[in-house]
Design a protein around this ligand. Sequence first.
Ligand SMILES: Nc1ncnc2c1ncn2[C@@H]1O[C@H](COP(=O)(O)OP(=O)(O)OP(=O)(O)O)[C@@H](O)[C@H]1O
Length: 383
Amino acid sequence: MPTREEILQALESVIDPEIRRNVVELGMVREIAIGEDRVDVTISLTTNGCPLRNHFVVGVRKALRELGVDEVGVDFDVLSPDEKAALQRKLGRPALPDGSQAALASVANVICVGSGKGGVGKSTLTTNLAAALASEGKRVGVLDADVWGYSIPRMLGLGAERPPVSPQRKILPLEAHGLKVMSIGFFVAEDSAVVWRGPMLHKALNQFLQDVDWGELDYLLIDLPPGTGDVSMTLAQLLPQAKFLLVTTPQPAAQKVARRAAEMASKVELDLLGVVENMSGFTTPGGERFAIFGEGGGQQLADELELPLLGKVPLTMPLREQADAGSPLVLENPDDSASQAIRAAARGVIAATPELPPLLATLPELPVMQNAPAPTGASLPMA
Ligand SMILES: Nc1ncnc2c1ncn2[C@@H]1O[C@H](COP(=O)(O)OP(=O)(O)OP(=O)(O)O)[C@@H](O)[C@H]1O
């Protein structure tokens, strides 16, 4: 029979689909009884009426079968209030304005796209990756958190239209090219400078996550501002489940700052998903290739961080033109070399992210923090 340690290791493959962490990490494995020819596992649930019992039975049986144990019993009990509080602390979920705990509860995968350095094509890749994921049949949202240099609305052909508000006082994302889109750009006059200070920024991002009715999504791509500042910290705090996708160019300078962004992501315990290299050479119509920004930076960064290099996107004029025209190139011309690289990167993203059922509306019965501020309604704080 396998040892307790081996069993615990195997049980790390059993993921709580609501919380999206494994049951061992969450402290939900209450008991493991190893008999002569069978193993009994007790899993502690957050609530007695948890609808996921069957999911855990199947997961635990499968994990143990892989260790050669065929006879497996799965029992359940319920976490005590103290254990639930400890779980909540472990999840690092601060109380949200309405007291709920599950930011983006119906989004299966949250991916922050960041770069460290500005101008490397982060927004261009975010919009095109989102469109490529949608072409693969995924339900996709794009949140423009680049509050100082929002360009997502323009790249997706959305104008100054203000998003509607639902009867439940939720802001409804605008839709473009099959994507749900939210940007601070929808709430401020075009070209006006918004001076965001820490707490206000935190509040605005919070509202983008809490007061926007994203519905069920397979992916929410968040376009971060360049650098390693406040926005990333706030998002990491609000969305501990988010993953970080790094965009860099082949240049050593870009790579260096991208590494800093990666370090920041690790510090705030965001998992890194992979690297996409943008502006990887230019090929003339005659077939001559110029490595305008050098060569190999993306691969080097990926190797250093032990991450997959999900794509190398060349410089092409249509990619820039379509961004300016408000329609992602991957939809307009899927065969362009940049489109092909982005579509491959999107498939890489799909392969690297678990296919989880969307979360339920809220985490069941987790204790609500006291003194949470009153609900903020559907207005965004303006400078
Ligand atoms: N592979 C590419 N080929 C051609 N043009 C590109 C490519 N990638 C980005 N661009 C163009 O480069 C410019 C900068 O790109 P983008 O705005 O996406 O960068 P960014 O990293 O989001 O910038 P910032 O963080 O400063 O907002 C845009 O005009 C965009 O169309």
